[in-house]
Design a protein around this ligand. Structure first.
Ligand code: ZN
Length: 498
């Protein structure tokens, strides 16, 4: 146990980090990987199980075709080659959450190999991460340890098991070792998982919710003495469940490894667990080697042999991928790298695109979502897309402003009304009586009243000091509760004073 951590800058001075990432993606198929059980999240424990996913004697698995399609589409989107033939393998180990005593996985014959993913870093530069493989496997059940203080198995009085998750299809995506990240290793790790999550979302093959565990990242890290090319021993930090935690886990492990090496000790090859509260990792189990798992080809399943035609059919179903879409929108909307990044970070890109699709100019759509509505979302502590207003409604408000029926101030009141559940923009306009008054009758009355109330100002305007009209415009706007057309008011003042 080494106590002190080495300062991050000091680590970079003396070591090169070597990063590797393994990401598990839970697919959103209707049924499990090898049986027909449903996969919905949050069902009563052990209600979505059958003899196959419980590993009962005599039950036989059948491969889920949709899961294979999803795996191939993920592989293609990651620029991988799709293996024309491959078998599943049994990964043997005993643990209560694995009722078969083996996990059906792929070992030396994965479905997709040798790809890459280009990830954009905070400064807009692009870093290529090489992908080693993507393979299909099944999820385990869930253990719940009851009675202990920590929720961990140590100190628990008893444990409960829920096999609803056992057998849900997973794709594991494994990078090659990622060299050359230097001080950006934590950022590259976060940017990679972010890009992968966005890709999976665009493909529509998973909910891609890190907080619900449908995307789980394992962070592999080792340190080499600077420029030595000598590989260090790696640790594997499991199930890091937020983008921020991915970054923090890399940072912590770099400082910890350096401390171990500085103390003249050896880094232990082990599994570690990320601790959200302290942003640190704790030791898990000593890492097994693949020999420990006694992998062998699964005898109960036929090999997966996707034809070239099928693979091409699936390639044709790939949507516009996130980076291509961003490049297109950046060009269409004439955004700088920084502006684009802000929109992406604010989660506003889809909303703005949908608002533009509903007929609004891009500049107006952007301005509403990143300024006023972002403020409202922050005040309500919800994500931008969780606000109770649709892109089509925002587009309608923009249209009402463009046609002169609303001014900006009234438009904000209309949006407030929609957010407060008062109905569509048009309903709010009529129920709150918010339309701009451009009818000359009431405006002339208000102008005359304001001129009479401020005779000295009126005189100045008559003497040709037109800039003095501002005070009268202000008074009229106040009198009409902001509903007057300010431009028309100014014209009327000049008319009445000439
Ligand atoms: Zn089942």
């Amino acid at each position: 146990m080494t106590a002190a951590l080495v300062d991050f800058d000091d680590v970079i001075e003396r070591f090169d980090p070597m990063l590797g990432l393994e990401v598990h993606v839970e697919l959103n198929t209707n049924t499990k990987m090898f049986c027909g059980c449903p996969t919905g999240f949050g069902a009563e424990p052990n209600t979505q199980v059958c003899p196959t996913c419980l590993g009962l004697p005599g039950s036989l698995p059948v491969v889920n075709r949709t899961a294979v399609e999803s795996a191939i589409r993920i592989g293609l989107a990651l620029n991988c080659s799709i293996a024309p033939w491959g078998r599943f393998a049994r990964k043997n180990y005993f643990y209560p959450d694995q009722p078969k005593n083996f996990q059906t996985s792929q070992y030396d014959e994965p479905i997709a190999v040798d790809g890459h993913l280009d990830v954009t870093l905070d400064d807009g530069s692009v870093f290529r991460v090489e992908i080693e493989r993507a393979h299909m496997e099944e999820d385990t059940g869930k253990s719940l340890h009851v009675g202990g203080a920590t929720g961990r198995i140590h100190g628990a009085e008893y444990s409960l098991l829920d096999y609803n998750r056992a057998g849900i299809p997973l794709i594991e995506i494994v990078t090659k070792m990622i060299p050359g990240t230097r001080e950006r290793a934590p950022e590259v790790a976060r940017a990679y998982v972010t890009a992968l999550r966005d890709l999976i979302t665009a493909l529509g093959v998973s909910d891609a919710r890190m907080d619900q565990g449908s995307i789980r990242a394992d962070v592999n890290l080792s340190l080499s003495p600077r420029d030595s090319g000598i590989l260090g021993t790696r640790s594997e930090t499991k199930n890091v469940n937020s983008l921020r935690s991915v970054e923090r886990a890399v940072r912590y492990e770099m400082s910890r490894h350096a401390a171990v090496l500085d103390a003249g000790e050896e880094v232990v090859q082990e599994t570690r667990h990320f601790q959200e509260d302290t942003a640190s990792t704790r030791s898990g189990r000593i890492k097994e080697t693949s020999e420990d798992y006694r992998y062998f080809p699964e005898p109960d399943l036929v090999p997966i042999a996707p034809s070239a035609e099928w693979v091409e059919e699936l390639r044709a179903t790939l949507p516009e991928l996130p980076w291509a879409r961003r490049a297109r929108l950046q060009a269409d909307w004439s955004l700088s790298d920084e502006e684009l990044r802000d929109l992406v970070n604010a989660g506003a890109l889809d909303l703005i695109e949908a608002t533009v699709a509903a007929g609004a100019p891009a500049g107006d759509a952007r301005s509403w979502w990143v300024a006023y509505l972002t403020q409202k979302a922050n005040a309500r502590e919800v994500a931008l897309d969780a606000l109770p207003i649709t892109p089509a409604q925002v587009a309608r408000v923009i249209e009402l402003v463009a046609s002169g029926e609303l001014n900006n101030k009234l438009a904000r009141q209309v949006v407030d009304g929609v957010l407060d559940g008062e109905g569509t923009p048009d309903e709010v306009v009529s129920s709150r009586g918010l339309a701009v008054v451009s009818d000359d009758g009431p405006l002339i009355a208000a102008v005359d009243e304001a001129l009479a109330a401020q005779p000295d100002v009126a005189q100045k305007i008559r003497d040709g000091k037109v800039q003095a009209a501002g005070a009268i415009v202000g008074a009229v706007m106040k009198a009409t509760k902001g509903q007057a057309d300010a431009k028309r008011v100014r014209e009327l003042i000049v008319e009445r004073c000439s």
